[in-house]
Design a protein around this ligand. Sequence first.
Ligand SMILES: NC(=O)c1ccc[n+]([C@@H]2O[C@H](COP(=O)([O-])OP(=O)(O)OC[C@H]3O[C@@H](n4cnc5c(N)ncnc54)[C@H](OP(=O)(O)O)[C@@H]3O)[C@@H](O)[C@H]2O)c1
Length: 318
Amino acid sequence: MTDADVTPPIEPRPLGRSGTLASPITLGTSGLGARTAPGDAAEAEAIDLASAMLHGPYALIDTSNEYAGGRSEAVLGAALARDGIAPGRAIVTKVDRDLATGVFDRDRVRRSFEESCQRLGVDRLGILHLHDPYSVSFEEATGPGGAVEGLLELKEEGLVDAIGVAAGRMSLMRRYVATGLFDVVLSHNRYTLVDRSATPLFEEAIERGMGVFNAAPFGGGLLARGSASGATYAYGETTAELRAWVARAEEVCARHGVDLPTAALRFSLRSPLVHTTVVGVSSTARIDELELARTADVPDGLWSDLDALGAAPSTVDD
Ligand SMILES: NC(=O)c1ccc[n+]([C@@H]2O[C@H](COP(=O)([O-])OP(=O)(O)OC[C@H]3O[C@@H](n4cnc5c(N)ncnc54)[C@H](OP(=O)(O)O)[C@@H]3O)[C@@H](O)[C@H]2O)c1
């Protein structure tokens, strides 16, 4: 594929003050490269998918140092080396703790950044997030020699343009955002059809001029596969109450001629609190489906009828 074959990214918009443009959708790669090894057939398939993402309709591709044990970045790096990246597209990655020891300090952040650059075959990055800082306390992460110091150094040295914090737990996320040190924030599973607990976080982030990534609009499965599928929500077991609420939502969607995954995606896309929605894709067919869902006709009445169901009994408690 040559760049001449590729169109500009869809609907680029500023991601807050980060200096980066994002499309309404960002492609998520937490599963990319899993169960592959260098040179095997599964890797070749994964590199093809990665290349399709790097030349796909959307501006950003989300990965992290630890996704698939580093294979997500390695596969993206192999695709970059083989096919390059289309204009206007960029990879966003995240620094992770040392998986063996849990250490997540300034030095680990520098090493994580270097590992990511080496796998991706780059020497600098646009956006770099602090990822799931659960193995250290907030005080350790933000104190002298802590992980946040490492990120700030990388930004000061011009090795990254913007820094973010990407995690779940709201009580912790709000403390990180309140530091005023981050340019972007990524929350997951907490701003969906069945959980709105990220609302205050996103409101504060927008007030501060930050960019907002809303990840996992399908809750990692349930809101794509449906109430009868046995799929999980936020990577944990669902309850009968939650499945029953989703079944009622499916009936409302059907009355409006919309399927559940389309409603789940569009809930996030239509929010003024979200700059870009991060969706996990496992095949090029999923990218095509996303574009269909992004552009499908959705009657306005769907949203008031879904609101009339009342708040869903989310299984997420922080
Ligand atoms: N702490 C963090 O930074 C953090 C945490 C969570 C997520 N993220 C990012 O956000 C991305 C998205 O999260 P996620 O993948 O967990 O959640 P998600 O996007 O809510 O859900 C993805 C799941 O939905 C399924 N799906 C999508 N469309 C479907 C359809 N039309 N029919 C049936 N199933 C469908 C996919 O199945 P298939 O596998 O069959 O395609 C996949 O299992 C991640 O890849 C990652 O980049 C970041």
